[in-house]
Write a new protein. Sequence first.
Length: 316
Amino acid sequence: MERRAFLRNCALGLTGAALATQRRARASTDEPLVVSTWSFGAAANDGALRVLSQGGSALDAAVAGVQVAEADPENTSVGYGGYPNREGVVELDAAVMDGATLQAGSVAGLRGIKHPVAVARRVMLDTPHVLLVGEGARRFALRSGFKKESLLTPASRRAWKQWKSRGVPVEDHDTIGMVVRSADGTMAAACSTSGLAWKLAGRVGDSPLIGHGLYCDQKAGGAVATGVGEEVIKIAGTYQVVEFMRQGIEPDEAVRRVVRRVLDRAPDNAGKLVAFLALRADGEIGYGSTMPGFQAAVRRGANSELLDAPSFAPGG
Ligand code: ASP
């Protein structure tokens, strides 16, 4: 919460140093590469790389990596310990996409299941559908062998009670979004979130919507989003980032153009965090945000980096 308040007060503007770092963050095409959103992405990247080094696929790695964040009770915007809706119920959104086949699966408003990203993968593999929601998604998860669990931690229950007693709307949200490229060039993406804290019951954000919260086509690359999902949805954010890369636009410029689209759509959007992270098929990455503070976690072999993203001013 404090971070959001701080960010709102920060001046907007392109961070030159961050752009320079971004350009340095290239990879050779034959090493596995894992990128993900926010500082909690670093541990998730490690989990994904472990799976790749044991011979797992890019999709296995992305799902395993995202599950690290889902299992962390300290992470209040993803999975177990994620902040609940305004009724005090945790509702989770997640998605996976296979960059080789464009197969995808997702769940929205899933209650009582700790690993929605793993359920999303089962939707992709075991059903003819892409997206299952609410009670249907929960029943599908239980039939698929997932355990019913309480996802509210003592800390998240306390935070919800505080929010209720104060009644002040506070912006609190994040998503773990990850793009993986294995050594053979296969790509996959996955994401998971508890969405906006204190959201209306039934609210669904960008994360489980293919082409909005994540998109991956290894002929071009993959992208994931974080921030206010309503704004990502309005511009089909990650699909647009990937399509710009397909047209030959550099990933950092592809991200910048889409962030600009968010900012130019409505003047108020300068005060809302929306960020994208892109990985092109050749290993080039791009990332950027409407506001300072977004970080990209990058894991390449033994090398792990946390990079400060540039933010872009409206019209800039
Ligand atoms: N995009 C997520 C949502 O709107 C939240 C976030 O990533 O900050 O559900």
